[in-house]
Design a protein around this ligand. Structure first.
Ligand code: NAD
Length: 466
């Protein structure tokens, strides 16, 4: 049998071919970028059934959720890029200060070159392909690494990309992140690394990238609170919090991690959570086709351990063979318990009371830098108070997670939840070098800046510089 190189052994060949391909300039014209985006759209449609089925095998992701919060959003990003690419690529003319006149000035957006995109498993197509769309739209070549935690999905993604792109343009490297990641970063200087995943791995990526001064974008997680005021429609708020918690079994970077609920409505809120969970998943959520599973046994063990850290008010059952933890609501946790210190990333919702607004701020500051924060209140003053004071990557008022769905909004973390922001045009800009270019007049040369310098020249200079 012919020798097959391992993914790690293929890396130098892939990256060298990609650099050569990019150097030809073939990815620069708008027509090439459009054709590539269209090919990705078509390939995604062609393999859609396989992809949805693979996600179901890997984590029992309900079909509707897989389309609503993953595959469908990829199509929305492609459509947006195809619609606006012409405008994004246009040279941007900017004013020229009098001090360097006569001249004109413009910003040219150029491809960065060969970029690396590393994705997590929880929204495996979206978090791989959404940055890729911006990278291609900006004229780059890309190596992409899906997560090995969802192996069936990773194989289908590889097929989708192999059908859509020539190997020098986009290549997939599959394998365990702990070995393939360093092999990629340490053996080739990428022009940018776009990473989505945990803060712990994000720190490793940044350290590896530092050796070659490779710029990074890090999209990570955090402990995202839902703050529920007493001036609120409790049933509606509980329904929306439940949705933003239990979608994908809580394995969403912008999921509500825990709820901080005004003491006066806390009991009613917990009751309404119970009703919402029942409406969503019926008498036995384990038998509901609408409820996902934890991704692996390791995550199951971590999430199950949280169940013992508070008083179980709703849910509680778990089944290791099925990687199932019921949609659960906890109260009475200690603030130093693990579920109040770590990002939960599972279907367990701790609910804590507050009376004064400052208590909310104290609770958020205990585990700073949430990726998202949600405020439920009909009082504009309360909405504004928390919007101005909670330092989070993004926010949504009176709902959960909707901020992700608008490509006009920047998406990204703050502090330890992320570095850099993307979606829509911002992804294109992120993967572009913004080159400032001044074009001087060849007709007039006033010579103000040349020696010999004189008092008269200095006077003009002072006036010109303001
Ligand atoms: P993870 O950090 O374990 O893995 C992410 C990716 O990094 C995977 O492809 C993995 O194989 C790879 N990887 C692992 N070790 C590596 C190394 N040493 N070098 C290079 N690559 C390596 O994260 P995960 O468990 O897949 O995802 C869950 C985390 O991701 C949560 O913290 C969640 O909040 C976060 N997340 C953030 C966003 C966001 O948009 N900000 C979105 C989804 C998930």
């Amino acid at each position: 049998m012919q020798y097959q190189p391992t993914p790690a052994e293929r890396i130098p060949l892939i990256t060298a071919a990609m650099r050569a391909f990019h150097n030809t300039g073939v990815t620069r014209p708008q027509a090439y970028r459009r054709q590539a985006l269209t090919a990705l759209r078509d390939s995604l449609r062609k393999h859609e059934e396989e992809l949805l089925a693979a996600m179901h095998v890997d984590m029992r992701k309900p079909r509707f959720e897989a389309y609503m919060s993953d595959v469908g959003l990829v199509h929305a990003e492609i459509a947006h890029a195809l619609r606006d690419l012409d405008e994004w690529m246009r040279v941007e003319h900017v004013p020229t200060p009098v001090s360097i006149q006569p001249a004109s000035s413009a910003v040219h957006r150029e491809p960065l070159g060969v970029v690396l995109i590393i994705a997590p498993w929880n929204y495996p197509a979206l978090l791989l392909l959404s940055p890729l769309i911006g990278a291609i739209a900006a004229g780059n070549c890309a190596v992409v690494k899906p997560s090995h935690e969802t192996p069936n999905t990773a194989v289908v993604l590889e097929r989708i990309l192999a059908d859509a792109f020539v190997p020098g343009h986009v290549a997939v490297v599959n394998g365990p992140g702990g070995t393939i990641g360093p092999a990629l970063i340490e053996h080739f200087r990428f022009d940018h690394i776009f990473f989505t995943g945990s803060s712990a791995v994000g720190a490793k990526i940044m350290a590896m990238a530092a050796h070659t001064l490779t710029p990074v974008t890090l999209e990570m997680g955090g402990k995202s609170p839902a703050v529920v005021d007493h001036k609120v429609n409790v049933r509606q708020a509980a329904t929306r919090v439940a949705w933003s918690k239990y979608l994908n079994a809580g394995q969403t970077c912008i999921a509500t991690d825990h709820a901080l609920v005004h003491q006066s409505v806390l009991e009613e809120f917990v009751e309404e959570l119970g009703r919402a969970i029942h409406r969503f998943y019926g008498d036995d959520p384990q038998r509901s086709p609408h409820f996902a599973r934890l991704v692996n046994a390791k995550r199951f063990a971590v999430v199950k351990a949280y169940l013992a850290e508070g008083r179980v008010r709703i849910g509680g059952p778990s089944d290791e063979d099925d990687l199932y933890v019921a949609p659960t609501v906890l109260t009475d946790m200690a603030l130093d318990s693990m579920c109040m210190r770590e990002e939960i990333f599972g279907p367990v919702l701790p609910v804590l009371p507050w009376n004064e607004r400052e208590e909310v701020l104290d609770a958020v500051r205990r585990v700073p830098f949430p990726l998202a924060a949600y405020v439920f209140s009909t009082d504009k003053g309360v909405q504004e108070y928390f919007t101005q004071r909670i330092h989070a990557g993004g926010m949504c008022i009176n709902h959960g997670m909707l901020q992700f769905g608008n490509p006009q909004l920047p998406f990204g973390g703050v502090g330890t939840s992320g570095m850099g922001r993307y979606h829509g045009k911002r992804t294109f800009d992120l993967f572009s070098h913004h080159k400032g270019v001044v074009t001087a007049s060849t007709i007039i040369d006033h010579g103000l800046q040349y020696p010999p310098y004189s008092k008269g020249k200095l006077r003009v200079l002072r006036w010109a510089l303001g």
